[in-house]
Write a protein that binds this ligand. Structure first.
Ligand SMILES: Nc1ncnc2c1ncn2[C@@H]1O[C@H](COP(=O)(O)OP(=O)(O)OP(=O)(O)O)[C@@H](O)[C@H]1O
Ligand SMILES: [Mg+2]
Length: 532
């Protein structure tokens, strides 16, 4: 105040929440987001049905999908959703866990604020807790070899449980593992696997059980002409980037040439040029041609005569993928084709009644395709999300070579060890570290609750087992028993837990430290209202 006049520094339409009110509003928002997804956690979690403004329906159990699809207004809620997005990007799994943890951390912070513990101190305790938690996590992790197929299968299996695909899980986990093991490469002594080198294709109308791993590529195309073979065994595939036609040809592009006399519709010179294109392909030894641009009918005619299977107008993305799968080189002109530029595939075919071309059995492919089948789009989409989660966790585990026991075992070990650690710190910050430790209870408790067991009883049972030194003890969600999760094969990549611990703590710390929210656009429902 200057001379009794208030100084106004904010524009008129700025909504402002301060101090406790700002903190409460962020806490309520984080808790609301967490409670929106917590019922989906674990193998026995429920699904959500999302309906978009245009009426599109998605049925899913996938945390990241749920959270990116629901529209939220609240800035605090948006930050929590960002945690899920980052988890999805970095790890591909564990999004629900990360968000449920933020909710629990904010709930614990609320109790501390009521006890008049300053937010800065809470933030400090949470940060110390997080650093310690990551250390404990390292100690708990089990090292696996990058080609340990058994353990990789278990990792895929754990990530794919509970995504309404139970009946085909044992098939899909094999597909996910084999896909990743095929495309993984060694670079500077490390294993790297690029998710872009696994393509997922979906086909409606067939049984889920017909899913398959194609060591090659599937194109949404049909062959150029019926006169070409439907199937080519021991294929030698040529990839060409430019059009195989003559510009400004006097002949209409769409004349189908099936008899030799029709070919005379072209001028001699044109005919020569077009025939040369086809001859160059045949001379290279190729019996399959994939062209990024158009192929003139006359060229198609000569190719068919030479027994070549050809496809035109293949998108650049698919061309590049095919080159990786086939270990082939994309050339500019047919004359540039050499023995080396061709790729080998056991089979190239356009299956009966199918509008696709399948190139399979490639030699040592650097890219593969997972072909998913199912009765409805909804099912296929959820199947795809499960397979993406499955392949991503296998990549994480292969790259890092470190796994952890699931079923709430890691969280139980963490919460107990963190409490011991808090006791060694002392002072008021000890309370914040204890609160941080308590937040981890939410994972085993939610797993129990979602499976129909009493969350408090199961937590006590788990703590008892861990006190006795059973550090891999977790909850069997099907019968409620406390069992060794490593032996049971319920394992997850170390990266998933590390990322969820780190990002949940960082988001909570940021939110707790906010004591002033200034929002320039008036919001629907106001800031105090938690998101729907
Ligand atoms: N067979 C099992 N028995 C006990 N717990 C399991 C089993 N399979 C998975 N889990 C546990 O379920 C939890 C993962 O559940 P879920 O896959 O629903 O969530 P998320 O991985 O956090 O998120 P999202 O998969 O949606 O990204 C982990 O704590 C995992 O250990
Ligand atoms: Mg999961």
């Amino acid at each position: 105040m200057l001379g009794g006049q208030p100084i106004i520094i904010l524009r008129e339409n700025v909504e402002r929440n301060r101090g406790l009110e700002a903190q409460r509003s962020n806490i309520a928002a984080a808790k609301a987001i967490a409670s929106a997804v917590r019922t989906t956690l674990g193998p026995r979690g429920m699904d959500k049905m999302l309906v978009s403004g245009t009426g599109d329906v998605t049925i899913t159990n996938d945390g990241a999908t749920i959270l990116t699809d629901i529209a939220v207004q609240h800035p605090g809620a948006k930050m929590v959703i960002e945690v899920a997005r980052a988890q999805d990007e970095e790890v591909g799994d564990g999004t629900t866990t990360a968000v449920v943890l933020v909710g629990a951390l904010m709930e614990q912070a609320e109790h501390l604020i009521v006890k008049k513990i300053h937010p800065t101190l809470i933030a400090q305790g949470y940060r110390m807790g997080m650093v310690k938690a990551l250390e404990i996590l390292d100690e708990l992790s089990v090292t696996i070899g990058s080609h340990d197929r058994d353990n990789l299968l278990k990792i895929a299996d754990t990530a794919m449980t509970g995504k309404s695909i139970e009946s085909v899980k044992s098939k899909l986990d094999g597909i996910a593992v084999d896909a990743v093991m095929t495309i993984a490469m060694e670079k500077d002594g490390r294993i790297v696997a690029d998710e872009d080198n696994i393509l997922i294709k979906k086909q409606t109308g067939e049984a889920m059980d017909d899913a398959e791993l194609v060591r090659g590529v599937v194109l949404d195309k049909t062959r150029l002409s019926e006169d070409m073979p439907r199937k080519v065994k021991n294929a030698r595939v040529a990839l060409i980037a430019t059009p195989m036609e003559i510009k400004k040809t006097q002949v209409k592009a769409k004349i189908r040439i099936s008899r030799s006399d029709q070919i005379s519709a072209f001028s001699n010179q044109e005919r020569e040029t077009l025939k040369k294109y086809a001859d160059a392909v045949i001379a290279s030894g190729a019996n399959v041609l994939i062209c990024q641009k158009g192929i003139a009918d006359a060229v198609g005619y000569y190719l068919a005569k030479g027994g070549v299977f050809a496809v035109e107008d293949v998108p650049e993305k698919d061309m590049k993928f095919a080159a990786l799968a086939l270990n082939a080189e994309i050339v500019n002109k047919p004359e540039d084709l050499t023995e080396k530029s061709l790729g080998n595939a056991e089979l190239v075919e356009q299956p009966d009644d199918d509008e696709i071309i399948k190139i399979s059995g490639c030699d040592n492919p650097k890219a593969v395709t997972i072909l998913l089948r199912g009765s409805t789009e909804y099912l296929l989409d959820e199947l795809e999300r499960a397979v993406v989660d499955g392949t991503r966790v296998v990549m994480d585990a292969m790259e890092d070579g470190k796994i952890l026991a699931g079923g709430g075992s890691v969280e139980t070990e963490l919460l107990m060890k963190l409490r011991d650690y808090a006791a060694t710190v002392g002072g008021r910050v000890q309370l914040a570290i204890e609160a941080y430790a308590t937040a981890f209870e939410v994972i085993p408790q939610t797993l129990a609750e979602n499976s129909g067991f009493n969350p408090l009883d199961k937590l006590v049972d788990l703590k008892n087992a861990h006190t006795k030194g059973k550090k891999y003890a977790g909850l069997n969600v099907y019968n409620g028993k406390i069992i060794d999760m490593l032996k049971e094969g319920v394992v997850e990549p170390h990266r998933s837990k590390r990322q969820s611990i780190q990002s949940s703590a960082e988001a909570a710390i940021l939110l707790i430290r906010v004591d002033d929210m200034m929002i320039t656009e008036p919001m629907r429902g106001g800031m105090g209202a938690p998101p729907a």
